[in-house]
Design a protein around this ligand. Sequence first.
Ligand code: PGA
Length: 254
Amino acid sequence: MRTPLVLGNWKMHGNRAFARALAGDVCADVQGMGQVEVGLCPPFVFLTDVAAVVGESPVGLGAQNASEFRDGAYTGEISCGMLQALGCRYVLVGHSERRQLFAETPAQVIAKLVAVVDAGMIPVLCVGETLTERQSGATPHVIDAQLAPLFARADAAHYLQTAVIAYEPVWAIGTGETATPAQAQAVHAQIRQRVCALDEGLGQRMRILYGGSVKPGNAGELFGEADIDGGLIGGAALKAEDFCAIVAAAARQS
Ligand code: PGA
């Protein structure tokens, strides 16, 4: 009942020629894969290049970050309105690298999510715990704290209607270490329960992606879990062949 979604997060990799070639290869390879939604999140400066390559194909365009502010004197920032005008469909908010390296707070991340929805795009809200937090048994608490500023809003359901959540354990990102399907499923189930407690139908419709060293070799078993509805792919998204194999694994589960 939930169409799986697979997003490629290219982070700060590549150049213009690489971005165009990779987008072209992905578009060609995912054709006819059936019931799966696909999106590419290149660096900001390659968004127009990737938009030109994906054109009218079903592959969506996404950004890796956005400002929570509408416009104004915010040197170096990019607004949601600007991204929407470039044709973006998705915007990642609260990726762990943003939280850890650029000190984004839970409140700021949710302000970004609100700005993304208000601009007519789909926010992909990333949540996840560090290794120390997992080892101390704090995972459920950490996830709840990251979601708290959203659930505190009276209009939370309105914003969740459009949102996608990505569970990305920090210890699994770019490390080659993946959460086991059971570990991931447990957190996904917790997130879905929280949304269901607000609105059952909304919780059942909400797509929850897994991210953290997803590869062609482990995608199938992760996506086979009841509450895993696709993936947010970093390293493996930089190779069209690997990324498309992951997309195919998601399509097989739908
Ligand atoms: P990874 O990155 O697949 O390279 O672990 C995932 C992410 O950071 O979104």
